[in-house]
Design a protein around this ligand. Sequence first.
Ligand SMILES: [Zn+2]
Length: 306
Amino acid sequence: MHVKVLGSAAGGGFPQWNCACSNCRRLRSGQFSGRPRSQTQVAITEDGRDWFLLGASPDLRAQIESCPELHPKDRTRSSPISGVVLTAAELDHVLGLLMLREFQPLSVYATASVARILTEANSMFRMLDRVDGQTRWQRVRPNESFRLLGPSGDDLGITCMPIPLPGTYPAYVQKSEDFAAEEAALGLIVSSGGRKLGFFPSVASITPELRKWLATSDLVLFDGTFFEDDELRRRAGTGPQAREMGHIPVGGENGSLRQLAGLNGQRKVFIHINNTNPMLDESGAEYRAVREAGWELAEDGWQAVL
Ligand SMILES: [Zn+2]
């Protein structure tokens, strides 16, 4: 399986349009030891021909253009992108679907709750369903593995296991109690040829169950949103705690670095990194701490073959 990271930042990207935190300021003035990043987007393929997107970021148009493998190949309208797997209804995870609305047949794998939130409560997304067969909504159920299918229904050799995580529906969802709690936030174990990618860009807490799934993965893409619990207040002047936003911080006594210290034998990569996160600064102590603990930081264009 080929895994490409097209975007590695949290919502807002890096730099973020309305942010003058130390990271964003120094990046804009060319005095930052680190790279800009677009919003988190991953693409996977087994055969190199049919690709699937994990999520659909607001930066998707530029991300597709940055990746030659995702360009249309013949002279007609077409795309190597067979479909999208959604793990949540967060805007920075679904807005890119609207970029894919050009009557291009696509499969979208989503839980019943996420599909309903998009297609019933948000009329803009009906642009994905204007003609028969434009979007094939494929039902995902927590803890039930499913196989990714190509445009003509052929098995692409990739299996996904959706792992329910503690989490809530985004703030734009009215009456979130109408939707199944276990469908609000999923992680994914993506397997092919006996190799496993663990995709967990949004993790509120590390449960024993989650630890078990991480331990069986060959490559882990894990929530690197914040380094500190009070990072937004401390570095951008205002904002809730990381844990209140459903993100376990990387650093600190109960952070993911400490909690996952025993996780060895796989590639461990932080993704979905917020622009305020001090570990983005490659000359800083936080970056060193992360690297010394055996973790990498995803950046746009990062890729791996499993
Ligand atoms: Zn910033």
